[in-house]
Design a protein around this ligand. Structure first.
Ligand code: AP5
Ligand code: NA
Length: 346
């Protein structure tokens, strides 16, 4: 559990607060919307009926989602001390926003939403087909986040007061200036700035803002598909994850005294920790099929577990083991939710 050296507001994150609408659907449902089994996309006009259809035609579950908010909720759960993490994102003024805020606050997360009255809170369809899940995010209000929210005196104080920063690649589709601002604050004060590749489509379509922020990034997270999408967009010759990781950490960095670290997860295969020329593996305890509820949120939970230790100044080894612990726990529960008290032992 928590050490004395963590304090309120030590960690700040920005992202898209989304309410997940999750249901088991037949493959035809994906086909109808031209979606792939293990994908993550942003909703286009043609996807808009999905959400109502899930609610009307399937046993849809509503779960707190949004990648960064998931990670911070999990970090809070493990820390067991409220308000260590602060979250910024944009919601509407509606029932979904109330649900999200309630779930986040009951997890101990200090949420400071920007509220847009005329736009609904964002949702993410989680379409489960067997062991696969396909995500379709309708960012809605989340897409309206503006940098002036971070410039409000109270919020600015929270950003300045933090010692660690975490933002998803997903947020690059929303407001790169806010990301650059937080990254610059981290850099000016020599504080770690952590990011996530988030989804293949980020590298495919948002490479320019990703490359703009990368020099600030001290630790970059991703899974196999995301790392490979990044490599492909960079036209790197190799698909080998270790090779990709080494190239990723070698890319330009503003603070060379703290070399970049890449942490790549690969499902039940070992997590790779890549630092300069070294690649270390951290094994994952495989779960039996009957123990798996859904892997939705596994990557986010991994980051949450990692952050819970990182903000206590623990070694990368402990951080990664806690990441694996948290992911393993979340897989045994629906969506990115937990059950009972954390049982991580260092
Ligand atoms: P989703 O992508 O489902 O969650 P995730 O956290 O990324 O989980 P994945 O299952 O994709 O895991 P991964 O592939 O990243 O990691 P890996 O399998 O390597 O997304 C969930 C959330 O995203 C939703 O709540 C949604 O709201 C949000 N979202 C979607 N679009 C968004 C947008 N545009 N903006 C903001 N938010 C958005 O596994 C990681 C770790 O898990 C492993 O290292 C291991 O420890 C563990 N693990 C995985 N598989 C196993 C296994 N079989 N046995 C044991 N451990 C395992
Ligand atoms: Na889960």
């Amino acid at each position: 559990m928590c050490d004395r050296n963590v304090r309120e507001g030590i960690l700040v994150g920005c992202g898209n607060p989304l309410l997940d609408i999750s249901a088991i659907v037949p493959l035809e449902f994906l086909k109808k919307y031209a979606m792939k089994e293990d994908d993550a996309i942003l909703a286009e006009e043609r996807h808009m009926p999905i959400y109502q259809e899930l609610v009307d035609g399937f046993q849809a579950e509503f779960l707190a989602g949004g990648s960064v908010q998931n990670s911070l909720r999990i970090a809070q759960w493990i820390l067991g001390q409220p308000k260590v993490a602060v979250f910024f994102g944009c919601v509407g003024q509606d029932k979904y926003a109330d649900i999200l805020a309630e779930k986040a606050r009951s997890a101990g997360l200090d949420v400071h939403y920007q509220v847009k009255k005329d736009v609904p809170t964002g949702t993410c369809a989680v379409l489960i087909t067997g062991t696969h899940r396909s995500l379709c995010a309708n960012l809605a209000a989340a897409n309206n986040f503006t940098i002036d929210h971070l410039e409000e005196p109270g919020n600015k104080a929270l950003v300045d007061n933090a010692l660690y920063y975490y933002i998803s690649g997903f947020f690059l589709t929303v407001n790169p200036p806010s990301i650059m601002k937080v990254a610059a604050t981290a850099h000016a004060n020599q504080r770690p700035f952590l990011m996530n590749l988030s989804a293949p489509f980020i590298s495919q379509f948002y490479m320019a803002p990703l490359l703009a922020v990368l020099p600030y990034v001290d630790i970059i997270f991703g899974n196999e598909a995301e790392a490979q999408a990044f490599a492909e967009a960079q036209k790197w010759p190799s698909e080998d994850l270790r090779e990709i990781g080494k190239r990723l950490v070698a890319m330009d960095k503003l603070n060379p005294s703290r070399p970049r670290i890449a942490i790549l997860t690969q499902g039940c295969d070992p997590v790779l920790l890549i630092q300069q020329d070294s690649v270390q593996e951290f094994p994952v305890t495989k779960l039996a099929v009957h123990e798996i509820v859904d892997t939705n949120g596994a990557g986010d939970a991994f980051v949450g577990g990692f952050l819970s230790q990182f903000v206590q100044g623990k070694s990368l080894d402990v951080c990664i083991r806690c990441g694996n612990y948290a992911a393993g726990h979340i897989i045994k529960n629906p969506g990115c939710t937990y059950n009972g008290k954390p049982e991580f032992v260092e």
